[in-house]
Write a protein that binds this ligand. Sequence first.
Ligand code: PNS
Length: 188
Amino acid sequence: MKRIKAIYPGSFDPPTNGHLDLIERGSKIFDELVVAILRNPEKDPLFSVADRRKMLEEMTSSFDNVSVDTFDGLTVDYALRVEAQAILRGIRAISDYEYELQMALMNRKLQPALETVFMMPAEKYSYLSSRLVREVAQLGGAIECLVPELVEQKVREKMDIAHKFANGELLPGKAPSEGKSKSRKKKA
Ligand code: PNS
């Protein structure tokens, strides 16, 4: 019997409950699913690719047929390299459709043998995006219920470090203890 392998490409910065919902759905219809993180040197991400990979690996450890990988270049080239037959993408709302359709048709033009499969995450995640999670967290809002607990913790750590830099408690290129003593001197 033919086994169907799919890739689920994306930025995952950070991975959200919406991503996890889609991974779960994808793992049920594909024999194998590879969550593929784009290594994009042009973007200024919140998390390194290594961090994102680690988070996704932990989030998906209970799925036997799901693995996590990274790639650069064209998604279709990566899909062919790993011998996948399909690209999984999520559509949350009608606003996603235009961009996703454009991408799917371009990918089909580039590689007609590959199919893009769209799935919808649970309705409760239809407003959820990595960009909004970053923004809410940066402005001090609560992100629990939007991301898995392990991701929430990592985001909080990032925000704490950013706040410490902003308050002068940490100095770029200096060890945390050096930064702290300098800021104490300043306040005195
Ligand atoms: O999570 P994102 O940021 O919506 O994912 C977008 C992604 C990574 C799927 C898309 O940018 C992509 O496929 N990039 C790789 C380069 C590529 O293949 N470009 C042509 C797409 S038609």
